[in-house]
Design a protein around this ligand. Structure first.
Ligand SMILES: Nc1ncnc2c1ncn2[C@@H]1O[C@H](COP(=O)(O)OP(=O)(O)OP(=O)(O)O)[C@@H](O)[C@H]1O
Ligand SMILES: [Mg+2]
Length: 369
């Protein structure tokens, strides 16, 4: 492929992605640079993204796919597929995960270019494709200290594709079924996963485990009181060995030029996701009420209370917003006309949010006996 002018710059790509993904600057920048290089026809190093659940990894992959699909001139140089690592694992157990990926890339090109496109063109498109592997932490080589066969095989299958100039592939029957050699060196792999448990494992290593004492407490003064605190960030302490122990084989890890860590979402990011996010639960609910001629409004304090409550449930990330909002909004959505004021408005203030949350807690406490 030739280098073309007129392809978007990393900044332009990042601006597009930021319309969907809030925060996560580092991840957005990394992927924007990779895509920009790829679109100019350069070979690009693979990217591994690690970040807590519900912080925007899948959303980011979606955003890239949508961006590329929306502009036909970009789609020409970016044949994209997204695959769940579990599926790779299953195919790897049957011995054809790598082949499966290449065939998907070819099928994808055929859907885009139409069944009249030549097989050579489809192969060319596939060999310059983008492969997004979501939930890549599902193909660990070890789980609970035991070897995980599907994970080992899936990582091996990906290894055979990465940086390989001649991968044998039997073409589908519609493409005459011949076996060809595919040069897969230009395929860009972006693999993402939550790596649940990795955070705690590294924290354990530097506080109580092998590197006990490496993480030094810092002195904090709060309300006039002095105390010691351990301030831990995975970004600061993560080493390759931690990933090896987690079940990423050294060979597989070495195929990634960049390992990017996504941040846990803080209150401010959550607030923006709740009020401005494209898939925000608030917006969806507002659309529902609008169809019924009702205007739903949340006061700024009410929004902030929901974001704060969500930030206290770090394991859910932005998904906590939906859960909390549902508790607040359910009675209104259940009986829109009965709960709206005469002017056709529903206004939810912070007191209403507090009431809903307190009622939910009381219910939970009662259920817990
Ligand atoms: N940074 C973000 N910007 C905008 N929306 C977000 C962000 N993070 C999460 N969300 C919202 O939260 C929901 C879950 O996000 P997403 O699916 O991207 O999480 P994930 O990181 O892939 O989590 P998991 O590891 O559990 O798969 C999505 O509906 C999305 O709208
Ligand atoms: Mg996801």
């Amino acid at each position: 492929m030739t280098i073309t002018s007129g392809t978007p710059t990393p900044i332009q790509i990042a601006q597009q992605l930021e319309q969907r993904v809030i925060g996560q600057r580092e991840a957005i920048q990394e992927i924007a640079v990779a895509i920009a290089k790829k679109l100019t026809g350069l070979r690009v190093g693979n990217v591994l993204m690690i970040g807590p659940s519900g912080t925007g990894k899948t959303t980011l992959l979606h955003a890239v796919e949508e961006m590329l699909a929306a502009d036909p001139s970009l789609a020409v140089s970016s044949n994209v597929i997204r695959i769940h690592a579990n599926v790779l694992g299953e195919e790897a157990e049957r011995g054809h995960a790598g082949e499966g990926l290449l065939l998907r890339l070819i099928e994808r090109a055929r859907r885009r270019l139409g069944s009249g496109a030549s097989v050579e063109l489809l192969i060319e498109q596939a060999s310059h494709g983008l492969v997004f592997v979501d939930e890549v932490d599902k193909i660990r080589t070890v789980v609970g200290g035991q070897p995980n066969v599907s994970g080992i095989r899936a990582q091996e299958a990906l290894l055979t594709l990465i940086e390989n100039e001649a991968v044998p592939l039997r073409l589908p029957d519609w493409a005459d079924g011949a076996t060809v050699q595919i040069d897969s060196r230009s395929i860009l792999f972006v693999c993402v996963g939550a790596f649940e448990g990795l955070h705690d494992a590294v924290y354990h290593r530097v506080t109580a485990g092998r590197d006990r004492g490496a993480l030094k407490p810092v002195t904090v003064v709060e309300d006039g009181r002095v105390r010691n605190e351990l301030q831990f960030s995975l970004r600061e302490w993560l080493k390759s060995e931690d990933l090896f122990e987690y079940g990423v084989s050294p060979q597989f890890l070495s195929r990634f030029d960049a390992v990017v860590l996504l941040d846990a979402l803080g209150e401010e990011d959550l607030l923006r996701i709740f009020t401005q996010g494209q898939e925000s639960a608030l917006r969806q609910s507002q659309t529902y009420f609008a169809r019924l001629g009702i205007r739903l409004q949340l006061t700024p304090d009410a929004c902030r209370r929901i974001a704060r409550e969500a930030s206290r449930q770090p394991r859910l990330g932005a998904r906590a917003l939906k859960e909390i909002f549902r508790r607040v909004i359910r009675p209104f959505e259940y009986d829109p006309r009965g709960t709206a004021a005469e002017d056709g408005k529903i206004v939810i203030d912070v007191a209403e949010v507090d009431r809903a949350l307190a009622a939910f807690r009381a219910q939970n406490d009662a259920a817990a006996g």
